[in-house]
Design a protein around this ligand. Structure first.
Ligand SMILES: Cc1cc2nc3c(=O)[nH]c(=O)nc-3n(C[C@H](O)[C@H](O)[C@H](O)COP(=O)(O)OP(=O)(O)OC[C@H]3O[C@@H](n4cnc5c(N)ncnc54)[C@H](O)[C@@H]3O)c2cc1C
Length: 352
């Protein structure tokens, strides 16, 4: 978002305690990663079940914007690509029926139905077919973060490596706007503030009279080494989705598998087992795979409100967070939403 806004010429101050930490996925120390570091970067924009409403529009907009984002960011990370396609396997007649309906109505979005005989090379023994989405797929979230960090360095962006502890309204006599108290003792004054601190956002919003509770939903993922079975992934899509889990080829003989959806912050070993064996439908090669990496992260799920939270709370105070399971997918559309509301807010301020 900071990158997008700075590219439109807005002077940006980016405040985040993780700004000076290197972009990597450290696992095994018991800490949860931020949503973006933990994410698998799966972009499921066109296979969304609904065909109308805000969720559908945001997904469609993001999918339309991603190619130009990737193209611009490749200057920083030439290997950043949007890998396609995405294949969802059906696990029964009901799912297959739903997929057939989507394929029939969304062929213009790149959806088509594959029969089971066409999928034997990917998932031998599959009893039903699957839905192929030509334009959905995956972006590597760590590479994306690295590209954004590098791109920010060339733009009018001031980085502050601190956590915001308080946000308060500045009196008109003090120039209006907002005062931000940070955990390093600094106090910043800004005309406009965009809150996007995931699970830490409610604590900043509550004292301002904008309760927006969110609950953590844990996700675990694995990087596996295949010891028998497919290794070159030639016949594989960029993302294979089976029983709600994603399988992502990650170089020769490696695959990413995730992610669990576990309410709360404590990781349960059982969902991880379930994921590894895909509820008993995993092929032999997946059962035998060796775990190389195991990590977890927290998703921010708004309570009693649909994700994401995109709101203009007050003049100069925007909220853009709570993306729950689709924050990477919705990044470009979120940035565009903020840009539009920021510009409205600036034109109102210049008139008053
Ligand atoms: C295991 C897992 C797999 C996922 N897979 C996918 C996927 O395949 N596709 C997809 O689209 N989404 C996926 N998601 C969801 C996605 O990762 C999130 O929706 C998205 O990354 C949220 O981004 P964010 O920037 O809002 O939050 P985060 O990435 O959590 O970042 C929040 C930032 O706010 C900063 N911050 C916190 N408190 C403060 C404060 N007080 N002051 C200043 N800064 C603060 C933090 O340092 C952090 O940098 C997954 C999530 C998990 C956990």
């Amino acid at each position: 978002m900071a990158w997008h806004l700075a590219r439109q010429g807005h002077p940006i101050t980016l405040i985040d305690p993780g700004l000076e930490e290197s972009v990597k996925r450290t696992s095994g120390d018991g800490n949860h990663l931020t949503g973006t570091h933990a994410s698998l970067g799966v972009l499921m924009g066109n296979v969304f079940r609904r065909s109308s409403g805000r969720g559908w529009r945001l997904r469609q907009r993001s999918m339309a914007l991603w190619p130009s984002w990737v193209c611009a960011l490749q200057r920083q990370e030439p290997e950043l690509i949007l890998k396609t396609p995405l294949l969802q396997l059906a696990d029964g007649d009901e799912t297959l029926g739903r997929m057939r309906k989507l394929a029939d109505t969304r062929s213009d979005c790149g959806l088509s139905l594959l029969e089971r005989h066409q999928l034997q090379g990917v998932w031998p023994g599959i009893t039903h077919g699957g839905l192929l989405s030509e334009r959905d797929g995956r972006i590597n979230p760590l590479m994306l973060l690295k590209a954004l960090r590098k791109a920010l360095a060339d733009l009018p962006v001031t980085g502050v490596a601190a956590a915001v502890e308080t946000i308060s309204r500045a009196e008109p006599g003090q120039g209006g706007g907002w005062r931000l108290g940070c955990d390093d003792g600094s106090c910043l004054h800004q005309d406009t503030v965009v809150i996007c601190a995931a699970l830490n956002s409610p604590a900043l919003l509550e004292p301002l009279g904008h309760p927006r509770p969110m609950q953590p939903v844990l996700g675990q993922a694995l990087r596996l080494k295949i010891t028998s079975g497919p290794t070159n992934w030639m016949s594989w899509p960029a993302v294979l989705v089976h029983r709600g889990y994603n399988l992502i080829p990650d170089g020769h003989g490696h695959v990413l598998l995730g992610a669990t959806v576990e309410p709360g912050e404590r990781s349960e070993p059982e969902p991880l087992q379930l994921m590894r064996h895909l509820e008993d439908s995993a092929p032999e090669w997946l059962r035998n795979a060796k775990v190389l990496e195991h990590w977890s992260g927290l998703r921010a799920r708004p309570v009693e409100r649909p994700a994401p939270l995109l709101e203009r709370l007050e003049p100069g105070l925007l909220l853009a967070t709570g993306h729950y399971r689709n924050g990477v997918l919705l990044t470009p559309a979120t940035a565009e939403w903020v840009e539009q509301h920021l510009e409205d807010s600036l034109s109102m301020m210049s008139k008053s």
